[in-house]
Ligand binder design. Structure first.
Ligand code: ATP
Ligand code: MG
Ligand code: FE
Length: 334
C-alpha cells in the first residue's frame, strides 16, 4: 500500500510517501517570505504553495523511488488552516487522484499532529493523552484509537504558539519567534521575572492575559531604561517560557489525574520547545507517567504525519470523494 500525502494548511508546503505504514520520504518547503511581515500573510502563502507544490511532490516521489502509477491513494490536509493555502493542496490532490483513478483521503491536520507519534517507535498505547501545542491550537486530546479522539481541554483565546510568537515580537525578535525564545531562554534565569498564571476552570487554557502582562511589563521597564530588553533578553525569554510551560503542565497534570491515564504525549510545533520537552519528562518521571516526545522533524508541519493519519484511514476503508472541499475550521468528528 503506497500513499502520497500533501500538507498545505499554513506556511509549509510538504509532501510525503508512506508504504505499508513506513514513511519513505518527507519533503518540507518552508515559506520564508512571511518573515518580513512578522506573521503569515494568507495571500502570499497561497501563492507560494502554488509555486512549491509541484517540485515538492516530485521530490517526495523521487525519494520514495516509486512511480506515481504505483500509488494506491492520495491524501491531503482538509483543515483546519488558511483557506487559500488549503485550496492549493486539496485541488492538487483531487486532480492527481482523478488522473490516476485512485481514492482520495482527507486528513484533519490536528489529528495528524497527534498521529505523528505512530511514525516511529516508541508508539504510545491506547488510551493516551496528547497535549497538542501549535501556532493555532492548544488542546488536550484523549486518544482512544487512531480514529477516535476527543478534545477534553482547549484554549479560550490565543494558542500557546501565538503567545510565544507575540512575546517574541514584543522583544523585537523575528517571526516565528518561538524557536528564538527557546534559544535565549536556555541562557536565562526562569525565576528572574514572574508573570501571572490564569485561573481557568476545568482543562481549558488562556494565554491572552500572560501576553498582555508581558507587554505592559516590557513597556514599563523600557520607559525607565531604554536598554532593558537588550540587557535582560535571556531572562525575559526564560521567564515567559517558564510561565507558558507552567500553564500547560498544570492542566496536563489535572487531565492525567482526572482520566487516570498515565501515557502522555506532546505534539505540534511548540512540542519542539526544549524547555517543554524537559519539563514534561521531569513531570512524567515524578508522577510515574510514560512520556512520548516526537522527533523534532515531526513536531512542526510536515506531510509525514498526514501520510500516517491517512494510512490508518486507508486500512479502515475511509475515503473521500471529488466533492470534498477544504475547511478553515474543523472539529474532530470523522
Ligand atoms: P496549527 O497546527 O494549529 O494549524 P501551525 O501549523 O501554524 O498551527 P505548527 O507548524 O504546528 O503550527 O507550529 C508552529 C508554531 O510552533 C509557531 O508558533 C512556532 O513559534 C512554534 N514553535 C516552533 N518551534 C518552537 C520552539 N522551539 N519553542 C517554542 N515554540 C516553537
Ligand atoms: Mg508553519
Ligand atoms: Fe500544525
Amino acid at each position: 500500500m503506497h500513499i502520497l500525502a500533501i500538507e498545505s494548511s499554513c506556511d509549509e508546503t510538504s509532501a510525503a510517501v508512506i508504504s505499508n505504514g513506513k514513511i519513505c520520504s518527507n519533503v518540507v518547503s518552508t515559506q520564508h517570505i512571511h518573515q518580513q511581515y512578522g506573521g503569515v500573510v494568507p495571500e502570499l502563502a497561497s501563492r507560494a504553495h502554488q509555486q512549491h507544490i509541484l517540485p515538492v511532490v516530485r521530490e517526495a516521489l523521487q525519494q520514495s523511488k516509486l512511480a506515481k502509477t504505483e500509488l494506491n491513494a492520495i491524501a491531503f490536509t482538509k483543515g483546519p488552516g488558511l483557506l487559500g493555502s488549503l485550496l492549493v493542496g486539496v485541488s492538487f490532490a483531487k486532480a492527481m487522484a482523478l488522473a490516476l483513478k485512485i481514492p482520495l483521503i482527507e486528513v484533519n491536520h490536528m489529528q495528524a499532529h497527534v498521529l505523528a507519534h505512530f511514525i516511529e517507535d516508541p508508539k504510545p498505547p491506547f488510551p493516551f493523552l496528547c497535549l497538542t501545542v501549535s501556532g493555532g491550537h492548544t488542546q488536550i486530546v484523549r486518544v482512544d484509537s487512531p480514529t477516535e479522539m476527543t478534545i477534553i481541554g482547549e484554549t479560550l483565546d490565543d494558542a500557546v504558539g501565538e503567545a510565544f510568537d507575540k512575546g517574541a515580537k514584543i522583544l523585537g525578535l523575528d517571526y516565528p519567534g518561538g524557536p528564538l525564545i527557546d534559544k535565549y531562554a536556555a541562557q536565562g534565569n526562569p525565576g528572574a521575572f514572574g508573570f501571572p498564571i490564569p485561573e481557568i476552570p476545568g482543562l481549558d487554557f488562556s494565554f491572552s492575559g500572560v501576553k498582555t502582562a508581558f507587554l505592559y511589563f516590557v513597556q514599563r521597564e523600557t520607559a525607565a531604561n531604554p536598554g532593558f530588553v537588550t540587557e535582560r533578553l535571556e531572562d525575559l525569554c526564560a521567564g515567559l517560557q517558564h510561565t507558558l510551560i507552567e500553564i500547560l503542565l498544570r492542566k496536563l497534570r489535572k487531565a492525567a489525574r482526572q482520566t487516570g491515564i498515565k501515557a502522555v504525549a506532546i505534539a505540534g510545533g511548540v512540542s519542539a520547545n526544549t524547555g517543554l520537552r524537559r519539563s514534561l519528562q521531569e513531570t512524567g518521571d515524578a508522577l510515574g507517567w510514560n512520556v512520548y516526545i516526537p522527533k523534532f522533524e515531526y513536531c512542526t508541519d510536515n506531510a509525514a504525519m498526514i501520510a500516517m493519519a491517512a494510512s490508518f484511514k486507508y486500512e479502515k476503508g475511509i475515503f473521500s470523494d471529488q466533492r470534498v472541499s477544504p475547511a478553515a475550521r474543523m472539529d474532530f468528528s470523522l
